[in-house]
Ligand binder design. Structure first.
Ligand SMILES: Nc1ncnc2c1ncn2[C@@H]1O[C@H](COP(=O)(O)OP(=O)(O)OP(=O)(O)O)[C@@H](O)[C@H]1O
Ligand SMILES: [Mg+2]
Length: 467
């Protein structure tokens, strides 16, 4: 059953229940209070009659004229009046009862003898029901008379019937109107859900550019749409990255293959000296090495992505690691006439995997040397600050533009400057560095200005001091 229908039905049933309960209570409370006020007015009239009789020394044998002047309220047609003797016979009665015999009931007589007042209802065929009060008049312990005042209940019944009619007519209308309103509101509230479903269907069909209109409100639907959009944006980015990555990877692997194919074909075109073949084979070996490196690095990254690469957590003295790195970097630099200078080195102990940290630092030093200009200097230093070790490596090389700085950690990304500067490099080094830093709960920061140089800083948490 659709949510909208279910909501409306729940709402409708609850409302119907409330309406019925409310109307029932209203009807009975009104009926009760109408009858109470009728009884009260009967009581008041009877009391006035009794008082008047008392004033006259209990002499009821007066004529009607006098009676009417004594009890002006009897002139009102809605009440009549009878006075019974203790034997139950009528001694006097108001003119408006004359057409009916209204004997005193046995019960009223009994109650009168015990000195109490009684209310009764009576019904004659083809007449509206009557309400009666019978009040005994007792003088010195003897029952002298019973005064009975009565009235028709017609107006009470009419009022109640009208009320019932109004309730029976208005209740279904109110119910129908509010059901329609509920249906409309539920539809409005649920419309964004439909929009989300439609968008999700389009996205499932492959269109990741789809976004939902996020309603301005910060309600549940607004949050759902916002979350949904974020999710799709992330999906879109990662799909794009995967596509980009595959095309980059194939491209990087194709270049050495093309070179090898070209050289091999050329060599095979005519018979050659053994020395020529050696040259070709050596060049091919170089390309094979390059491809092997790419494939190894890709394998490493994809295993790292799947969480299959384990990093040790052993104490590593960064300062001694740094000296090793400095030696290797100096050798690298010599080839290109670049000086690698060891600056401030503070002792720093971290928990981690020495092999991976070495790879991280070597990659950065390799970059610094690779992207320096001949005659340049590369500065390496290690400082501790708070509970962090900072490995800083600064060069005066080609630099990286601000836009590119965000992308150099992407796989296969190489700046155009870097491509023109050197053929070496695949663009996987920094991606691996970033992963290693991350797996040591650290990070890498870059500061760089094109043609001025770059500074890479690796921040690693220091090992907690041993107790
Ligand atoms: N010190 C630096 N100075 C200028 N540009 C740099 C520097 N370090 C990195 N880059 C830029 O970042 C890119 C990515 O570096 P990364 O180390 O990932 O790749 P690579 O050095 O080109 O290749 P490799 O996989 O062999 O390391 C480089 O191609 C270069 O454009
Ligand atoms: Mg590199």
């Amino acid at each position: 059953m659709p949510l909208r229908l279910r909501l409306s039905l729940w709402y409708g049933s609850a409302l119907a229940l409330i309406l019925v309960a409310f109307s029932t209570v209203l009807y009975f409370v009104t009926a009760r209070s109408l009858r109470d006020s009728l009884d009260q007015s009967l009581e008041e009239t009877a009391a006035a009659a009794v008082r008047s009789l008392e004033e006259r020394g209990f002499l009821p044998l007066i004529d009607e004229e006098e009676l009417m002047s004594q009890f002006p309220e009897l002139a009102r047609i809605d009440k009549f009046f009878q006075i019974f003797s203790p034997s139950g016979t009528i001694t006097i009665r108001s003119p408006n009862v004359k057409q009916h015999e209204l004997p005193l009931s046995r019960r009223a007589l009994e109650v009168a003898f015990s000195g109490q007042t009684i209310f009764e209802s009576a019904k004659y065929p083809k007449e509206p029901p009557l309400r009666l009060i019978s009040v005994p008049i007792i003088y010195r312990g003897n029952l002298l008379y019973i005064v009975q005042v009565g009235t028709s209940m017609e107006s009470v019944d009419q009022t109640l019937n009208r009320l019932l009619l109004v309730l029976l007519v208005t209740m279904p209308i109110a119910l129908a109107v509010s059901l329609a309103g509920g249906w409309f509101l539920a539809g409005r509230a649920l419309r964004p859900v439909d929009a989300i479903t439609l968008a999700a269907q389009r996205i499932a069909a492959g269109d990741l550019t789809q976004r939902l209109d996020v309603p301005a409100s910060a309600d549940e639907i607004g949050r759902l749409a916002g979350t949904f959009n974020n999710m799709i944006a992330r999906l879109e980015t990662s799909f794009r990255q995967i596509r980009q990555f595959s095309s980059d990877a194939s491209h990087e692997l194709r270049t050495p293959l093309t070179v090898m194919k070209g050289e091999t074909e050329l060599a095979l075109r005519r018979p050659r000296e053994a020395g020529d073949y050696t040259v070709v084979l050596e060049s091919n070996l170089e390309e094979i090495d390059r491809m092997t490196r790419i494939v190894d690095e890709l394998l490493f990254l994809s295993r790292a992505d799947m969480g299959e690469v384990k990093t040790e957590r052993l104490p590593v003295k960064l300062e001694s690691l740094l000296e090793d790195i400095h030696r290797q970097a100096s050798l690298l630099g010599q080839e290109q006439n670049i000086q690698v200078v060891l600056g401030l080195v503070m002792p720093a102990l971290v928990l981690g995997d020495e092999l991976r940290l070495r790879e991280l630092f070597l990659n950065l030093v390799d970059n610094a040397v690779k992207y320096s200009r001949p005659g340049g200097t590369v500065d390496i230093s290690l400082i501790t600050q708070g509970n962090q070790a900072k490995f800083i490596i600064a060069d005066q090389g080609i630099g990286i533009s601000r836009d590119d700085q965000e992308r150099i950690f992407d796989r296969f990304f190489r700046t155009d400057d870097a491509r023109t500067h050197t053929k070496k490099g695949t663009g996987l080094g920094l991606a691996i560095c970033a992963w290693i830093a991350d797996s040591h709960h650290g990070r890498i920061e870059v500061e760089s200005e094109p043609n001025k140089g770059s500074t890479f800083t690796v921040l690693l948490p220091l090992a907690p001091p041993s107790p």
